[in-house]
Design a binder for this molecule. Structure first.
Ligand SMILES: [Zn+2]
Length: 265
């Protein structure tokens, strides 16, 4: 299932009652969502809302699941601007810069920072549980939470930062099927964390700290083009460190993903 449809089915669908939804089946013209780009035949529900696009100054159709990112709701999402006494704009899921989201088969959790936490808590009928944890600790916290889940929690969706670029976020949503590898989604990228590899690195970090520091240094410098892939020092090191060799062979090929992995440890 598409990530944005998963989010609708498991979390955001109650917002439908507040939206001005139209039925795509009532239209003589074919309709595609301006956010996800899918034709209406692929949507989980045939419903959409017309929204004004500020760049082209035209009304454009947004499918109901994508619209849940744009939709402002005091009841479900609290306030975005103003104070609880004098709110000036309602909270929107697609504007929570710096907040993460985990939706499993049983749970819906927003990982919030202090600023958003206060504003989201003014919601009278919140859709999401809130855990206040942000910055680098938030990814660690979410990963540990996911690793403790039972099989019945999967598939799940994990977003490390909701950001505010909705179309980019929707394009990057990938469900996580099992805890063997976790898809970490944001508007900037989606990358797959191999949790077996993460455990191997954590084990090496504990019992061979110097070896790991050396390997980490090589990975870091190679990602920044500072050592050649055929570097003699690297190969001499790997030939005498079986554990490091196994880890080096399991690393993601993309340098950007390698660095993301290092940052997540
Ligand atoms: Zn859409």
């Amino acid at each position: 299932m598409d990530g944005i449809d998963f989010l609708w089915r498991h979390a955001t669908h109650p917002m439908a009652e507040e939206m001005q939804l139209l039925n795509a089946n009532d239209s003589d013209e074919p309709i595609s969502c301006y956010c996800c780009g899918r034709p209406s035949s692929e949507w989980i529900v045939p419903l959409y809302q017309q929204r004004l696009d500020n760049y082209i100054q035209l009304n454009v159709p947004i499918c109901a699941p994508c619209n849940a990112l744009f939709h402002g709701s005091y009841q479900y999402m609290g306030i975005e601007k103003g104070t609880p006494e004098k709110p000036t704009a309602a909270g929107k899921l697609g504007m929570l810069v710096g907040c993460g989201l985990l939706v499993t088969q049983q749970q819906k959790i927003l990982f919030t920072n202090p600023g958003w936490d206060k504003r989201l808590k003014t919601a009278s009928n919140p859709i999401f549980e809130q855990h206040q944890v942000s910055g680098k600790g938030a990814l660690d916290y979410a990963l540990n939470l996911i690793l403790e889940l039972g099989n019945e929690a999967f598939p799940l969706l994990y977003i490390s930062d909701l950001g505010r670029k909705k179309a980019e976020l929707v394009a990057n949503l990938r469900l996580t099927i099992s805890k063997a590898s976790i898809n970490i989604c944001s508007a900037d990228s989606t990358w797959r964390l191999n949790t077996g590899l993460m455990q191997s690195i954590r084990t090496m970090q504990q019992h061979d700290k110097a070896g790991w520091k050396k390997l980490e240094g090589y990975i870091f410098r190679s990602c920044h083009g500072q050592i050649a892939p055929n570097d003699d020092g690297l190969h001499a090191f790997l030939n005498t460190h079986a554990e490091a060799l196994t880890i080096a062979r399991s690393l993601p090929a993309d340098p950007h993903n390698k660095l993301q992995l290092l940052r997540s440890l």
